[in-house]
Design a binder for this molecule. Structure first.
Ligand code: UT7
Length: 309
């Protein structure tokens, strides 16, 4: 089987940490509510940084760690919902900042919190057809730019950050599936030119959707790969809410679910690559391990993948 593997990862966070107590001085909320309802203790918010600068920093780190000839990168994809510009894309800015070959396809991918998982599938297809050896996939978000800091039901949930991965073809097993429900209301944010460009969300609808599709994503990728849950070393879900993950994990006793939303909150398309980068850094991911990734988000998109380390 011609699958893909991650050669190296990187991540970047803004300097400024915002605690739950900090937010309780802005809106009618408190640390206890945020912690018990979401598992979030703090998040990072950009000051001088932007979606673009975070993407560049994370990408630079991933490419350095990969130790590859960067001219061998043929694709740069930035999964984001908070690009600095409508155009040019963040991906083009990464290509320029890293001094990559001009013989490269560089574009942003809009699939909200499912962006990194959708991107993995796109990278797989593209790598099968491109001459260059590597693809650079980044999830980068400046969620603080689209938050309504007067809406306590959303402003406490999100954070800024970026994660990046250098990807190449490999004989490893790799499976990916993706879905979209075409939902326009439960979680949305208007684009350039509209008066209100803040994120709005019907939290409990998204919660129910998330619990349902994470389990479905796990089941379907197991069926596709012919594996049993006992063969899976880790499940890494989009880090939106600890209660969502705990809810699903009850069904899969003994399987380790990675969680880090306590430190980052929900960083949308960046949450899964940030988690993977932390796991590599802690030495949790060893060659041959089988990891299931599950992303879900606005549009009611969702995707799961089985990745061999
Ligand atoms: O990336 C994918 C997108 N996001 C998600 O996956 C998020 C999915 N949804 C959720 O995580 C949860 O639905 C939330 C964390 C957003 C909300 O938790 P909940 O347990 O569903 O709370 P709720 O919306 O039912 O609100 C319960 C109460 C309400 O007060 P009343 O009406 O019961 O008096 C809210 O006004 O909590 C109130 N509330 C807050 N209180 C203190 C809402 N936000 C806050 C807050 N601080 N920040």
């Amino acid at each position: 089987m011609q699958g893909i593997k991650i050669v190296a990862t990187g991540r970047a966070l803004p300097r400024k940490i915002v605690t739950n107590d900090d937010l309780s001085r802005l809106v009618d909320t408190n640390d206890e509510w945020i912690r018990t309802r979401t598992g979030i203790r703090q998040r990072y918010f950009c000051e001088e940084e932007t979606c673009q600068s975070l993407a560049i920093e994370a990408a630079f780190q991933a490419v350095e760690r990969a130790g590859i000839n960067k001219q061998e990168i043929g694709t740069v994809i930035v999964a984001t919902a908070t690009a600095d510009n409508v155009f040019p894309s963040v991906a083009c800015m990464v290509q320029n900042a890293l001094g990559l070959s001009k013989e490269v396809m560089a574009f942003d991918l809009s699939a909200a919190c499912s962006g990194f998982l959708y991107g993995l599938g796109v990278c797989h297809s593209v790598l099968l057809n491109q001459k260059k050896k590597y693809a650079l996939l980044i999830g980068s978000e400046q969620m603080s730019r689209i938050l309504d800091m007067e809406d306590r039901s959303t402003c406490v949930l999100f954070g800024d950050g970026a994660g990046a991965a250098v990807i190449t073809l490999d004989e490893n097993e790799f499976y990916q599936k993706a879905w979209s429900d075409g939902n326009s209301e439960a979680l949305s944010c208007k684009g350039a030119g509209y008066d209100n460009q803040h994120l709005s969300m019907e939290g409990s609808k998204v919660f129910k959707f998330a619990v349902k599709v994470i389990a479905q994503g796990i089941e379907e990728i197991l069926a596709e790969s012919g594996k049993t849950i006992g063969e899976i070393d880790y499940i890494v879900c989009h880090q939106a809410n600890e209660r969502i993950i705990d809810h699903v994990s009850r069904k899969y006793e003994g399987v380790k679910f990675y969680k880090n939303m306590d430190r980052y909150a929900n960083t949308s398309a960046a949450s899964i690559p940030i988690a993977l980068d932390e796991m590599y850094e802690k030495g949790m991911l060893k060659e041959g391990m089988q990891v299931i990734l599950v992303g879900f988000g606005a549009g009611f998109t969702w995707s799961s993948a089985l990745l061999t380390i």
